[in-house]
Structure formats: C-alpha cells, structure tokens
Design a protein around this ligand. Structure first.
Ligand code: ARG
Length: 258
C-alpha cells in the first residue's frame, strides 16, 4: 500500500471513531437529567440503599420529581461540595441540588432557581459544653464543612477579633467529619445548617445545640450559567410542585412539623 493511501485510511478510521464516540456519548446522556450533589447532608441528601436511586432526602426526592416532570431519567452524581459548580460548568452534571444557598460569589459561576427552602446556621456543641450562644464562641475552635455558608459565618466571627478573640475555624470535607472532631474533643463547636445540625444531634449521643446564627439563607437549584432554557424548565417545575403541595409533602416527610 502506498504511504499516502495508508495515511488516508488512518485518517478515515480516526474520523469514523470520533463520530462513533460522539454518538455513543450524546446518546447516553439524552433523556437523562444528571444531578450533582454532596450526599452527606441529611435530611436534604444522604446515601440510602433502600431508595431506587441510592439516595434519600428532600433534595433527592425533589430531583426525582423534576426528572419525572421533564420526562427524563434521573442520575445522581455524588461529589465533594466544593467541586459541584465547577463540575457543572465542565458538563459533569446538568444541575446541582445540594442544599446550596444562593450567594453573590456563586452567582458568578452559575444561575440559581427560585428558592425552595429557607435556612439558618446552628451551633452544635457537646451536651456538657458551657457554650450557650454565639457570644460564647470567643477564643474557641469552631469546625465547619469547607466551602459552605457555615464556613463563611464562622470566618466572619473569627474576623471580628474584638468580640471573638482568637476564635479559630477548622475546615472539614464533610459535616460528619466536623461532628466527629467535636465528639473527640478536638474542637469546641460545629456551625452547620440548622436542619442538618438537628439531624446530627438526633443521630449522635451527647450533642446539643447552642442556638442559631440567623443568616437567612435560601436554598436554590443551580444551573449552568446562561442556560436559560434549563433554568426556565426547573423554575416551571418548582412553581408547579410548590403550588400543588408536593414539595411541602416531601419536606414534611423529612422535617415533621413540631
Ligand atoms: N447551605 C450551605 C451552603 O450553601 C451548605 C450546603 C452543604 N450541602 C451539602 N450537600 N453538603 O453552603
């Protein structure tokens, strides 16, 4: 075979392969809504082997509802909280549902849906702790999940040295890691979203809350920046399930009214 002919064949083969890969790749994602989350945030998202998706919680049931409403299959991508918006920007997921609070810095990297839940931060301490409110965090070690609004709140206290002295902030990959550090006495308190704090207190012996930090946060679904088509679809479904009571029913299932 002549060299030029050989090259032509190789080029053709590569082209065919590329087209094949594209079809396989495009076909695979068609009809599927890929939702990014960090499934270490009960009652919003947690691993649940009894659930068909492998995940339970308010956000995960809401994700299923959204997929159903849009006529799509649901796929959950569980990843580190700090990597979620970057992963979405690079196409690893279509939307992010992760109890994620809307805040200005995040709006630079994503668009946010209508809020679906309001939240504050809560201080978790050991049952025998003398810390009873945020004022008592002066000179203390506070644990948080890195990249979260809980971390922002703790950092803000630490910056206020006039009131909080040498308060230091320890950052952990997961809320559960911060709770473990608290239980083993490495830190004095954990600051984390209120409902998640309550779950940790419920599920662990020897913990109590020491009040809240009223941060008035709003959880939203994040979509790719500029993807108005997706944003409109998501807001459409949210509007529907907020008005027909389906969202309230899911919330009530995981956070029974007291
Ligand atoms: N609401 C907080 C934030 O936006 C914490 C969210 C953490 N979510 C999670 N799935 N781990 O930063």
């Amino acid at each position: 075979m002549k060299a030029t002919r050989k090259i032509t064949l190789v080029v053709l083969a590569v082209l065919l392969l590329a087209v094949g890969v594209c079809f396989a790749g495009c076909g695979k994602d068609e009809g599927t809504l890929v939702v990014g989350t960090n499934a270490a945030f009960e009652p919003f998202e947690f691993k649940d082997t009894n659930s068909p998706s492998g995940y339970g919680g308010i956000d995960m049931e809401m994700a299923q509802l959204i997929a159903d409403e849009l006529g799509l299959k649901l796929k959950i991508e569980d990843m580190e909280f700090t990597t979620l918006l970057g992963a979405m920007a690079s196409g690893k997921c279509d939307i992010v549902i992760a109890g994620m609070s809307i805040k200005p810095e995040r709006l630079e990297n994503a668009d946010f849906s209508t809020p679906y839940y309001k939240a504050n931060q809560m201080i978790v301490v050991k049952a025998d702790s003398t810390i009873a409110s945020s004022a008592d965090l002066k000179d203390k070690k506070v644990g948080v999940q890195s990249g979260t609004t809980g971390a922002d709140s703790a950092d803000a206290l630490a910056a206020d040295t006039a009131n909080y002295g040498t308060l230091t902030v320890e950052k952990y990959r997961k809320g559960a890691d911060a709770i473990m550090a608290l239980k083993s006495g490495n830190i004095d308190a954990v600051v984390i979203d209120e409902e998640v704090a309550k779950k940790f207190i419920q599920n662990n012996d020897g913990l109590k809350d020491a009040g809240t930090l009223d941060t008035n946060e709003e959880y939203c679904i994040a979509v790719k920046k500029g993807d108005t088509e997706m944003l409109d679809k998501i807001n459409g479904v949210l509007d529907k399930i907020m008005n027909d009571g389906r969202l309230d029913a899911i919330i009530e299932k995981y956070i029974p009214a007291e």
